[in-house]
Design a protein around this ligand. Structure first.
Ligand SMILES: Cc1cc2nc3c(=O)[nH]c(=O)nc-3n(C[C@H](O)[C@H](O)[C@H](O)COP(=O)(O)OP(=O)(O)OC[C@H]3O[C@@H](n4cnc5c(N)ncnc54)[C@H](O)[C@@H]3O)c2cc1C
Length: 574
């Protein structure tokens, strides 16, 4: 499809957000010459991407899924956890777990309050309706009925019994929370519910932005997708700092450097790891980084690569009764059925030292739609090295206190990037994870299918501890007393998290939309400070974390960016 080297708009990176923007603009103005340069392969109609139950297998595919080693952090016992992103047309959206989870309204209002007019919930909620066709009974004031992204509970008859078992255990769990059919209304949390999925109920296929926005316009000859090509840097017109194109390589690390020119706009949309790296290689970033790698400075922006965040969590494996077997043969299923976005009550807060004294009053207390994170069940372990008959109960922190950094290690786009994760840097995050472990285990051991813990996948409690893990005959009674943990047990849980806690693929924030004085990288119109005709649009612009899996926010950023760009280029109908 790559026929010319002059375009109106070039996208550097062709992931979730780029597909939304390019698709919207191309649909509104089919004459617009658009080039998307994506380092990974095409995903069009590939079963591994379109068949939901194949998604766990994707995590072993180095061609469509990129793993970055991170530097070790203080609280990780010398461990260097991998952080990952999708690397293919559609990016994370073409490899992700398809869990549909919307962030609370207050998150976007927080973004707006940081000096970003137009990014509050009142502006974004209409876009949330626009982007989806909600195939579940839901209120029209909250959900869309004609958007490109399809949301359902999965293909009919595709669910396992694990989700229902989780919800029935929750009903008997004495910690008393309600149940709700709707928990994605931007307001509700602390209720149990079923997890909707980015799966088209009619076809059973994954509903991703690549297919929904881009491939659906394959007949448009002006919409060019160049896959398996790495963007090295943005090119600027001499002295004016106006972006005029990009340099890229289409044949691997040793191939020739090629150029493509954009007369109207360059949009960097390479995700939380790729976007700051492209900016830094282009001379946009901290002076220390430019000096270190001998890159001429275009814009001195020390915030590039800072403010990196994700959701730290853990996936606990349990032994299951063989009769409760799992995902059936249907491919329209992602193994995730039920969960809760937990908000601690007064009693819970007494179990959360450090967190309840500092982070809670500062960030959560007065804002009732903010949960501290979800707990959810999985019918099959995320880790394909584990026995597939195990089930998992997982949890993650929505707003961890620790943050990290992402920087280049050289001028070559094939060099690894340097990531400092910040994972568990802060004690309050460790305390909260400890509490989540206990809560989630109480739920897991009340499930009918429970037959004990997969011991190596749990904390190493000492001999004689009430908390010690192992195989069991069956579940405990719903009203059974909770396990009492000693100080030594608490230390074992912390140690487990130091060794096993992971980031949940929700990287964001490394090119934050904030004021320049506050270490921001882009303004509210997504323009990179100190440049012209250059925007960043993807999850890297998130100035603060969001209390949900991040695909929904990436889609929202795409819809919002499409409107901004259309306004500026005089394109109507977006
Ligand atoms: C395994 C996994 C599971 C997930 N599960 C869920 C879930 O169940 N629910 C949910 O809501 N969210 C989930 N997410 C998160 C969600 O998918 C991401 O937040 C979202 O896709 C991020 O979109 P983005 O546009 O910011 O970046 P991406 O979609 O990551 O796109 C960035 C693209 O840029 C490309 N790129 C990078 N550098 C270059 C370069 N130099 N040149 C050219 N191209 C480049 C990358 O290859 C990538 O395709 C998951 C993510 C992953 C990876």
């Amino acid at each position: 499809m790559h026929s010319s080297s002059r375009y109106d708009i070039i996208f550097a990176g062709g992931g979730t957000t780029a597909c939304v923007i390019a698709g919207r603009l191309a649909a509104a103005d089919p004459d617009l010459e658009i080039l998307i340069i994506e380092s990974g392969p095409s995903t069009k109609d590939e079963d591994i991407h379109t068949q939901p139950n194949q998604w766990i297998g994707l995590l072993n595919r180095t061609d469509v899924y990129m793993a970055h080693s991170s530097l070790t952090a203080t609280n990780l016992n010398g461990r260097s956890p991998k952080v990952n992103n999708g690397s293919c047309v559609g990016g994370g959206g073409s490899v992700n777990a398809m869990m549909y989870n919307r962030a609370p309204a207050s998150d976007y209002d927080d973004w707006e309050r940081l000096g970003n007019p137009g990014w509050g919930a009142a502006d974004l909620i209409p876009l949330a309706r626009k982007l989806e066709t909600y195939q579940i009974d839901g209120s029209e004031s909250i959900h869309g009925s004609s958007g490109p992204i399809k949301v359902s509970y999965g293909a009919p008859h595709s669910r396992s019994k694990i989700g229902a078992d989780f919800l029935s255990a929750a009903a008997g769990f004495p910690r008393g929370r309600e149940f709700a059919d709707e928990w994605n209304d931007f307001a509700t949390c602390d209720v149990y519910g079923k997890f909707p999925k980015y799966i088209d109920a009619e076809t059973g296929r994954r509903s991703d932005s690549a297919h929904a926005y881009l491939y659906s316009q394959s007949d448009n000859p002006n919409l060019h997708i160049l896959d398996q090509a790495h963007v090295n840097r943005v090119i600027f017109e001499d002295k004016s700092n106006r972006a005029v194109g990009v340099e890229y390589q289409a044949g691997g690390a040793n191939s020739a450097m090629l150029t493509a020119y954009a007369s109207r706009l360059v949009v960097v949309s390479a995700g939380t790891f790729g976007s700051p790296a492209i900016l830094e290689r282009s001379g946009i970033g901290g002076i220390n980084i430019m000096d270190k790698h001998g890159i001429p400075v275009v814009s001195d922006l020390p915030g590039v690569g800072h403010n990196y965040n994700d959701h730290p969590g853990a996936f606990l494996a349990y032994l299951a009764d063989q009769g409760m077997r799992k995902a059936n043969a249907s491919s329209g299923y992602n193994d995730v059925d039920a969960g809760i976005k937990v908000r601690p009550n007064g009693e819970d807060l007494r179990e959360l030292p450090i967190f309840s004294d500092h982070r809670w009053p500062k960030f959560f207390d007065k804002i009732p739609d903010k949960s501290v994170g979800p707990v959810f069940s999985l019918a099959r372990p995320m880790d394909s090295n584990l026995d597939p008959t195990n089930y998992q109960v997982a949890y993650f922190l929505s707003y961890p206190a620790g943050t990290g950094t992402v920087h280049i290690t050289g001028r070559d786009s094939f060099l690894p990037i340097e990531v400092y994760s910040g994972l568990l840097d802060r004690d309050e995050d460790l305390v909260l994870l400890r509490w989540f472990y206990k809560w989630s285990r109480e739920l897991a051991r009340r499930m009918d299918c429970y037959r004990g813990e997969n011991v190596p996948e749990h904390p190493r409690f000492s001999e004689g501890s009430e908390a010690r893990c192992g195989a069991r005959e069956g579940p405990v009674a719903h009203a059974a007393p909770e396990i009492k943990y000693t100080e030594a047990d608490n230390e074992a849980i912390d140690e487990f998290h130091r060794e096993k806690a992971v980031f949940c693929w929700h990287a964001l924030g490394s090119c934050a939309m904030k004021s320049r004085e506050d270490s921001g990288v882009v303004d509210p119109r997504l323009n990179v400070y100190g440049t012209k005709n250059l925007k960043v649009a993807d999850m890297s612009i998130a100035p603060l974390n969001v209390g949900a899996n991040t695909y929904h926010t990436a889609l929202l950023v795409g819809e919002k960016a499409a409107i901004i760009i259309a306004e500026e280029l005089g394109i109507s109908g977006v």
